[in-house]
Design a protein around this ligand. Structure first.
Ligand SMILES: NC(=O)c1ccc[n+]([C@@H]2O[C@H](COP(=O)([O-])OP(=O)(O)OC[C@H]3O[C@@H](n4cnc5c(N)ncnc54)[C@H](OP(=O)(O)O)[C@@H]3O)[C@@H](O)[C@H]2O)c1
Length: 240
């Protein structure tokens, strides 16, 4: 991709919701998109997108399963300009006494929203670094889709383990921003807005298209001067 402004972008959880919309818009801007999802054979909308444009390819990736991710990442021979950790679950909308928040739901929440971000960042870090090394440009950037529900300053009730998992996802972004600064990798945490998806519900305030467009602009603005940022899809700063 040398000599062009197009980028190579990898997005997890790209088969529906905000991830699918980011994949669609990123490809429409000319980027090469590696759209990850855990069950490609069931990803009808994503498969249709990949048929429409050769700028989108699909990669099977369950962010919870590190033993599978490791060989997938090792066999992925391309440098990345942007890695978007978007995959997430909301397993239980209640509080401390919500019976839905059983150990299985809690495990899924923490493994997907926290460990999944960590595994993805860990195993695709070499591909972000390779961007700079192979092309003599800056390395790739890392964007973590968190949520303002993980903000301790804006603490609320409900979805208590989801809130905790997103607090941890934001914390991972901050720690990675510090750890990776010496390697010139910029890292940001993002709140996509309250978005009309399966997770957000149809009464949500923001369309997936507006959220994705805003997020892609924020990723473009991310640099070493702003690494460690926690902001929403409009660029408004979110308190930790
Ligand atoms: N919607 C909102 O209002 C809102 C607000 C704040 C933050 N967020 C965050 O934004 C991100 C996207 O959410 P969304 O609204 O687009 O939700 P969504 O429509 O429910 O989509 C979630 C995506 O994550 C994928 N996913 C879940 N577990 C996975 C795993 N183990 N491995 C790989 N992919 C997995 C899903 O794939 P499957 O189809 O295989 O399940 C799906 O593609 C999430 O991190 C969410 O927490 C959303």
């Amino acid at each position: 991709m040398t000599g062009s402004t197009a980028r190579r972008v990898m997005i997890t959880g790209a088969n529906r919701g905000i991830g699918l919309e980011m994949a669609r818009q990123s490809a429409a801007m000319g980027d090469e998109v590696i759209a990850c999802c855990r069950t490609p054979m069931e990803a009808a909308e994503l498969m249709a997108l990949a048929r429409e444009t050769d700028r989108v390819s699909i990669l099977g990736l369950d962010v919870r399963i590190e033993r599978d991710m490791k060989p997938i990442a090792a066999g992925f021979g391309r440098a990345l300009d942007l890695l978007v950790c978007n995959a997430g679950v909301l397993s239980g909308r209640g509080g401390v006494q919500d019976p839905e928040q059983d150990s299985r739901a809690v495990e899924d929440t923490l493994m997907t929203n926290v460990a999944g971000v960590f595994f993805t960042a860990r195993h695709f870090l070499p591909h972000l670094l390779a961007g700079g090394e192979q092309r003599g440009t800056a390395p790739g950037k890392l964007a973590i889709i968190s949520s303002q529900m993980g903000s301790s300053t804006r603490a609320g009730s409900g979805a208590i383990m989801y809130r905790a998992s997103k607090a941890a996802a934001t914390n991972l972004a901050r720690s990675l921003a510090v750890e990776l600064a010496s390697q010139n990798i910029a890292v940001g945490a993002y709140h996509p807005g309250w978005v009309q998806t399966e997770m957000g519900g149809q009464e949500a305030a923001v369309t997936p298209a507006d959220s994705a467009a805003g997020l892609l602009q924020r990723f473009a603005a991310l640099g070493m001067g702003s690494t460690g940022v926690f902001e929403d899809y409009t660029g408004a700063v979110i308190p930790f």
